[in-house]
Design a protein around this ligand. Sequence first.
Ligand code: KG4
Ligand code: ZN
Length: 339
Amino acid sequence: MNAMRLLAIETSCDDTGAAVLRNGREVLSNIVSSQISIHQKYGGIVPELASRKHIESIVPIVTEALETAKVTLKEIDGIAVTQGPGLVGSLLIGLSFAKSVAFAAGLPIVGVNHIEAHLSAIFLEADPPPFPFVGLVVSGGHTSLFRMDGFGKYKRLGQTRDDAAGEAFDKVAKLLGLGYPGGPIIDELSKTGDPKAIRFPRPVLSRNSLDFSFSGLKTAVVNYVKGRPEPPGGYSEQLLKDIVSSFQEAVVDVLLRKTLQAAQHQGLKRIVLSGGVAANQRLRERMEEEASRQKLKVYLPSPSFCTDNAAMVGVVGYEYLKRGIRSPLSLNAFSNLPL
Ligand code: KG4
Ligand code: ZN
């Protein structure tokens, strides 16, 4: 069979992404247009502005993805598009664009679950894991643990009961006036902070639970800050670094503990990290350290495949299209699409 070239589109949140993949693994292009500059001044994503930016960006970004891959639409064999979960107004832009192209060009199309796409980002790397493995999806919207036995074969082992880990990073950064999105900023500042300076709580719920809860940790940071009124010149740079470093350490401790516990419960030796927070350097470092101590293997996608991108959507789309699975052109978007 000839190589299958797929156009993948991702618009679930605030990034407009388009990618071209050969045989679901080889990335010929992966273009992401970030909307950070638009949402920064609000300290978070404004859904209507996100939709409006997607509608401006979608054609230029897809065009750039095709040009970078050096292919024309005529050379594309199928389309993969994120169907949910996400912001419905954002999803609808990518979805209706993808459907229009599929209709006009007579191409098969398949709707992809965004969480499944995150979990599958690791297959874009040179040495992907064999199934089964434990997968942690940790992003701005999700913090969940899965057992993955194959494409389309998932068992959810745990999830957050309140905030996602990325959301906690973003809220703490906003509280301290550090900017948006908080994750990468805190990641960087923490390098010169003391992770042991403040002992924030490590919310683990019950001993055997693989669920997460980050809202109490966020409140602990709020209370800590309230207990130390800002001096006229603002907090010292070192205090800020110590706060974020100690907060990050608490998040990493919890993610580490639950993920290792999940591997142990399932009797699995392979762990895959995914989602924007999986780009966090401290999490990556400590997960590798701890796993090697426990003789487990950790698989880490490159940071650009951790944060939202269309290439990971293409991985999943390829797996389905190659099995003859396609979506009807009545395909709709679902903000809470489960996995
Ligand atoms: O996967 P993603 O791009 O979008 C969602 O599906 O949510 O994840 C975005 C989230 C944001 O909350 C952002 O602050 C966080 O991932 N993030 C990070 C890092 N890079 C992005 N969190 C911690 N450390 C990072 N280096
Ligand atoms: Zn995501």
